[in-house]
Design a protein around this ligand. Structure first.
Ligand code: APR
Length: 259
């Protein structure tokens, strides 16, 4: 396993240069430099006293719908105010440098799509979509209440069945959306390189993706400032933040291409 900075970036560039199909698996750390706290970051203010893992469940929503709906409204405001960092644009550029690239993200913030990445699979849904809690009927986003301040907020009711409307994200204990999950698993098993960015590798089943890729013979490259569950299996580890490492990787690939 390669660790030293420049050598690791060069090794990652080599792996990407020879890959036909590339998968980029991103987690909460990808958005950290854009000011969106990860689930494990400390939060101040109204929401500091709640454990996110206790809010992101269907049971919590049924018990305290206004609290959970208000918490998601707060997260949507953070995301709307966030400015995607240069690592996001580097992934848009990377897609133009390899034959095929798909981003498989655990994030619900939509930042990859906002900066122009085209092939994005959202494993955990999106903050900007809504559905009802009973039948998962879609609910129009422009009719969801958006409180101005950090506060609890009553969710609206489904126009078809009258049940409460929830954010269309995957909560702890829920199954991932079937179609995007099947696509992601198939891509992981058939890619030649997987870039794993900003994920602790603790949340299943998304944490399986790098293992599937490695077992199928792909080069696994980790981008993360900290050691994780993925570090041990990665062929190349780039220890650093996504906002610095990804642009450096694209620069290394571009230099290589013109040589
Ligand atoms: N660049 C790259 N990685 C970073 C950065 C950064 N700037 N900052 C932090 N990280 C890394 C951390 O070192 C950590 O390994 O990002 C990882 C974030 O880990 P988690 O918060 O566990 O995020 P993730 O793996 O995406 O799991 C979160 O679980 O919380 C639920 O459903 C929610 O999708 C979410 C998932």
């Amino acid at each position: 396993m390669l660790k030293s900075d420049d050598a690791a970036i060069q090794a990652a560039a080599r792996a990407l240069r020879t890959a036909r199909r590339v998968v980029v698996a991103t987690g909460a750390g990808m958005s950290q430099e854009s000011g969106i706290p990860t689930f494990r970051d400390a939060v101040t203010g109204l929401w500091a006293r709640y454990d996110p893992e206790q809010l992101a469940t269907e049971a919590a929503f049924r018990r305290h719908p206004a609290r959970v709906f208000g918490w998601y409204a707060w997260r949507r405001r953070l995301v709307r105010a966030a400015v995607p960092h240069p690592g996001y644009r580097a992934l848009v550029a990377l897609a133009g440098l390899v034959p095929e690239l798909t981003i498989v993200t655990q994030n619900v913030d939509g930042l990859h799509t906002r900066v122009g990445s085209r092939q994005v699979l959202e494993l955990h849904g999106s903050l900007e979509r809504f559905s009802c809690v009973e039948a998962r009927h879609p609910f129009p986003a422009d009719r969801a209440p958006e409180p101005e301040a950090d506060m609890e907020c009553e969710p609206p009711r489904c126009e078809r069945c009258g049940s409460l409307v929830r954010p269309d994200v995957v909560w702890f204990g829920e199954l991932l959306p079937e179609r995007v999950t099947a696509q992601a698993w198939e891509l992981a098993a058939s890619c030649q390189a997987m870039l794993v960015v900003g994920t602790s590798g603790l949340v299943q089943p998304a944490a399986q993706l790098p293992f599937i890729a490695r077992d199928a013979g792909a080069s696994v490259i980790e981008v993360n400032p900290e050691p994780t569950e993925i570090s041990g299996l990665a062929h190349v580890v780039c220890r650093g933040r996504a906002g610095a490492v990804l642009p450096a990787l694209v620069a290394a690939l571009t230099e290589g291409a013109t040589r």
